[in-house]
Design a protein around this ligand. Structure first.
Ligand code: UDX
Ligand code: UDX
Ligand code: ADP
Length: 473
C-alpha cells in the first residue's frame, strides 16, 4: 500500500511523518506545489524545516528517504497513492460571495479535479484539511463527473492536533475520527484507514461515523474550545472591574468535573488558523440553512474575541496617558501561541494594528517568527480584515511607512531597550526567565508591562518597580 498527501503544511507534514514512522512498510509521499517548501522539507539541515514543532525534526530524521518522501511531482504521487490525503490550505474567503465568512475551497477543488484527471483504479480520498460541512459531497460530485476508470471512496478524517504539541498529539490522540459512506464499499474504506491508525492507537479510540457527523464534529469541537476561551475572557473583563481574580475563578470552576480544568486560561484572545475560521464556517452554514439564532449564538464567540483583543490594545493606550504616538512599545511574541512559528490570526497582529493606528513605534521579538512573516501579516491585515473596526491601518499607511514604524529584533534585550511599555502577547516560556531588573533599568519610567498571557510573576515585577497590567486581575 502507498499513501500520498497533497499539501506539505502544518497539518500534512507532521501527520504524514508520524504515519511513516508507525508504518515502516508503507511508502508515504507528501507533495506540494510550493517548490521552496518541499526543498525546506528535504533540507539536510533539519533546523530549516518549514514547520517548527517540538520533536518533529527527530521524526523526519528517522523516516525521511526511508519511507517518507517530499516531492513536487503531484501527478505521479496521485497516480501511485492508494490512499490520497488532501491537506491543502482552506483560508477564509477574501473576495466575492461569503467574503470574510466562508472557507475558500479553491485549493481543495483543484486537488479534486487533478485527482479526477490523473487517478485510475481504486482510491480512497481522505479529507484532512479543516473543511466546511458538505465538502466531501462536493469532492464526490467533482470526482464522479470527471474521473474515468476510477472507483473511489471519500472519507472525512479531521485532524485534531494542536500546534506546538502536534507530534505528541499524533502519537497519543484522544481519539481519531473517520467518517464515510455507510455502504459496503464505504465501510470497507473506513476499515482500511482504521487499520492504519490501529497500528498505534487503541481501536476503541477510533470513532467511525457517517461523513456528515465527522465533518460537523470537527467544527463543533473547535467551536466549543473557542467558546470556553471567550467565556473565561468575558469573565476576565468583569474581574477587572470587581476585584475578583480570573485565575482563581478558573481554578474554582475547573474542579467541577462537568466543566473540567483545561482551556480556561484567560488571554489577550485566541488565534490560530482553526478557531475563527471554523466558527465562521459554522455561522455561514447556519445562515445558509436559515437558522439565524444558532448563527448569532456562535458568532458572539468571535465578537467576544475581537472585543478582548481591542480591550487589551485600548488598555495600553489609555494607560500610557491616552496616546502612544511616537512611543516605543515592545511586543514580546508574535506567534499565536508558544512553541510554534505559525502566526495565522495571532492576537499580536490585531494589537499591533491598533497601536499603529495610534502612531506607536513597534518593536517585536519572537523566538521563532521571521521578520518577513511579521511584515506579511501586517500587510495582509491592512488589506483583508473582515471587520472594519480592526483594519485601522487600511489605506492610509503604505507598506514603507509600516516598515518604518515596525522594527523586528532577533535579540530580546535590544528590543526592550528604552521602551515605554512591553506587551507580552505569546506565552513563550523564555520570557519569564529574563533579567527583568536589567530590563527595568533601561526603560522609560514609569515602565509598563502588559501581560496578555498572565505568564510573568506580577508581584516580582511590581517589586522591581514596573507598573503591571494582567488579564482579569
Ligand atoms: C486548535 C485545536 O486545539 C485543535 O484540536 C485543532 O485541530 C486545531 O485548532 P491550535 O489552534 O493549534 O489547535 O491551538 P490551541 O492550543 O487550541 O490554541 C488556540 C488559541 O487559543 C491560541 O491562541 C491559544 O493561545 C489560545 N488559548 C488556548 C487561550 O487563550 N486560552 C486557553 O486556555 C487555551
Ligand atoms: C444546577 C447545578 O448543576 C448545580 O451545581 C447548582 O448548585 C444548581 O444548579 P440543578 O438545577 O439541580 O443543578 O440540576 P442540573 O442537573 O444542573 O440540571 C439543570 C437543567 O439542565 C435540568 O433541566 C436538566 O434537565 C438540564 N440539562 C442538564 C440538560 O438539558 N442537558 C444536560 O446535559 C444536563
Ligand atoms: P495547513 O495548516 O492546513 O496544513 P498550510 O498552508 O500550512 O495549511 O499548508 C497547505 C499546503 O498545501 C501549502 O504548502 C500549499 O502550497 C499546498 N497546496 C495548496 N494547494 C495545493 C495543490 N493543488 N497541490 C499541491 N499542494 C497544494
Amino acid at each position: 500500500m502507498k499513501i500520498t498527501c497533497i499539501g506539505a503544511g502544518y497539518v500534512g507534514g507532521p501527520t504524514m511523518a508520524v504515519i511513516a514512522d508507525k508504518c515502516p512498510d508503507i511508502d508515504v509521499t507528501i507533495v506540494d506545489l510550493n517548490a521552496q517548501r518541499i526543498a525546506q522539507w528535504n533540507d539536510d539541515d533539519l533546523s530549516n524545516l518549514p514547520v517548527f514543532e517540538p520533536g518533529l525534526s527527530d521524526v523526519v530524521a528517522k523516516t525521511r528517504n526511508r519511507n517518507l518522501f517530499f516531492s513536487t511531482d503531484v501527478e505521479n504521487a496521485i497516480r501511485e497513492g492508494d490512499i490520497i490525503f488532501i491537506a491543502v490550505n482552506t483560508p477564509t474567503k477574501t473576495y466575492g460571495v461569503g467574503k470574510g465568512m466562508a472557507a475558500d475551497l479553491k485549493y481543495v477543488e483543484l486537488c479534486a479535479r487533478q485527482i479526477a484527471e490523473i487517478a485510475h483504479g481504486e482510491k480512497i480520498i481522505v479529507e484532512k484539511s479543516t473543511l466546511p460541512v458538505r465538502t466531501a459531497q462536493s469532492l464526490k460530485t467533482i470526482l464522479s463527473n470527471n474521473a474515468k476508470n476510477l472507483s473511489f471512496q471519500v472519507l472525512s478524517n479531521p485532524e485534531f492536533l494542536a500546534e506546538g504539541t502536534a507530534v505528541q498529539d499524533l502519537y497519543h490522540p484522544d481519539r481519531v475520527l473517520i467518517g464515510g459512506d455507510q455502504t459496503p464499499e464505504g465501510l470497507k474504506a473506513i476499515e482500511t484507514l482504521t487499520s492504519i491508525y490501529a497500528r498505534w492507537i487503541p481501536r476503541e479510540r477510533i470513532i467511525q461515523t457517517n461523513v456528515w457527523s465527522s465533518e460537523l464534529s470537527k467544527l463543533t469541537a473547535n467551536s466549543f474550545l473557542a467558546q470556553r476561551i471567550s467565556s473565561i475572557n468575558s469573565i476576565s473583563a468583569l474581574c477587572e472591574q470587581t476585584g475578583a481574580n480570573v485565575s482563581e475563578i478558573a481554578k474554582a470552576i475547573g474542579t467541577d468535573s462537568r466543566i473540567g480544568s483545561k482551556f480556561l486560561q484567560a488571554s489577550v484572545g485566541f488565534g490560530g488558523s482553526c478557531f475563527q475560521k471554523d466558527i465562521l464556517n459554522l455561522v455561514y452554514l447556519c445562515r445558509y440553512f436559515n437558522l439565524p439564532e444558532v448563527a448569532d449564538y456562535w458568532e458572539h464567540v468571535i465578537k467576544m474575541n475581537d472585543y478582548q483583543k481591542r480591550r487589551f490594545a485600548n488598555k495600553i493606550i489609555e494607560t500610557l496617558f491616552n496616546s502612544v504616538s511616537g512611543k516605543k512599545i515592545t511586543c514580546l511574541g508574535w506567534a499565536f501561541k508558544k512553541d510554534t512559528n505559525d502566526t495565522r490570526e495571532s492576537a499580536a497582529i490585531y494589537v499591533t494594528t491598533a497601536l499603529l493606528r495610534d502612531k506607536a513605534e513597534i518593536h517585536v521579538y519572537d523566538p521563532k517568527v521571521t521578520p518577513e512573516q511579521i511584515y506579511a501579516d501586517l500587510d495582509y491585515m491592512k488589506q483583508h480584515h473582515r471587520s472594519n473596526d480592526m483594519t485601522g491601518i487600511a489605506g492610509d499607511m503604505t507598506t514603507k511607512e509600516l516598515k518604518d514604524l515596525v522594527h523586528v529584533h532577533n535579540e530580546p534585550y535590544e528590543a526592550m531597550d528604552k521602551a515605554h511599555a512591553i506587551a507580552l502577547l505569546t506565552e513563550w516560556e523564555e520570557f519569564s526567565s529574563y533579567d527583568w531588573e536589567a530590563i527595568y533599568n533601561k526603560m522609560y519610567k514609569p515602565a509598563f508591562v502588559f501581560d496578555g498571557r498572565n505568564l510573568l510573576q506580577k508581584d516580582k515585577l511590581s517589586k522591581i518597580g514596573f507598573e503591571v497590567y494582567t488579564i482579569g486581575n
